[in-house]
Design a protein. Sequence first.
Length: 362
Amino acid sequence: MPKDVKIDLILHRDASNCMVHSARTDFNVALAPSTTQIDVEQLANTRTRIEASLSGGEKLKPADLEAIGVLLSRVLFAGPVRQIYDAASHGSAVQLSLCITDPGLKSIPWEFLIWPDLKVAPHFARSICRLVTSTPSRPLQNLNLNGGIRIILVVSQPSDQPSVEWIETQNTMKTLIAATTPQLDAKAMEFMVCEASDSSRVREAVQAFDPHIVHFIGHGAPNALIFAKHGSQKSHPLSAAQVHNVLSSKSTRLVVLSACDTANVGSDIAPLIPIAERMVQAGVPAIVANQMPVSLRSIHSFCGALYGELLKSGNIDRAVNAGRIAMGVAFDNIGVAAVEWGVPVLYRRSGCGQLFTTRVKK
């Protein structure tokens, strides 16, 4: 894979309600031209159309999804910002990071953009994440995959919620870990499953195991995850602050939330800071969540590719991108757009793309 070039895009709205954004690399900076001609409502409508297609409404055709991606691309890579992108992407892989605080601009599904030079998305040499402003913290200490990592799978199934299929994801994770771990180093990667009865038991398990990666499978909402209520098997929503205390420990570098709407920011009328973003603000370096409802089939396809790349390169931006590509292939139906691939969202702190260093072969 070619060398990664990092581009930060800062998006906000000015006093006249126009979108203003700039691009920054290690070598250059650019300000986009006036955006008075951009209809933010039209951009927001792209989300409505995609959600409808995912939830049983009118199915988007490939041409429809491509038109949405081209529109998002035209807005992001306008004027001098496009010049920055073209210069950076020439012969290189691009890691695009979006810095957004405006709720309306956050709600736009930028992950569906079509890369302007390649005319396709997703693509193995392009990735996109959302940077989160958080309390300044020390850079991640070096953690080599050869030294081993700990992964915990947390499954939450309250009796009054639809059941979740998690065995396939567990088997995929076990297979990938076994394939990545040399026989002579069998304990290099430790894996455990925690079937949640209630949040207190999950917290005890997480704190005792102190995992580097936490993967949650269950039901969620933009501002909560669903666990069983203490002393009962009925559902009980936990707020973002509570979830952070339950699912993270001192060594946690990545949390994967295989639950619907955990990256949904709501609307201009009722803006939300999604649970994924709040967990990064609270200190978790990176969170992978879903900005819309997802199917079990998409979760399995995405997770297999995500862990396959992460356990090879240690880079979460590349890993999420690999998951998106796998979803696009799995849902490649004739005449119907493969929409699911743009649903996962990567939230992370600046400088935390490389969660682990590359494994050294013996």
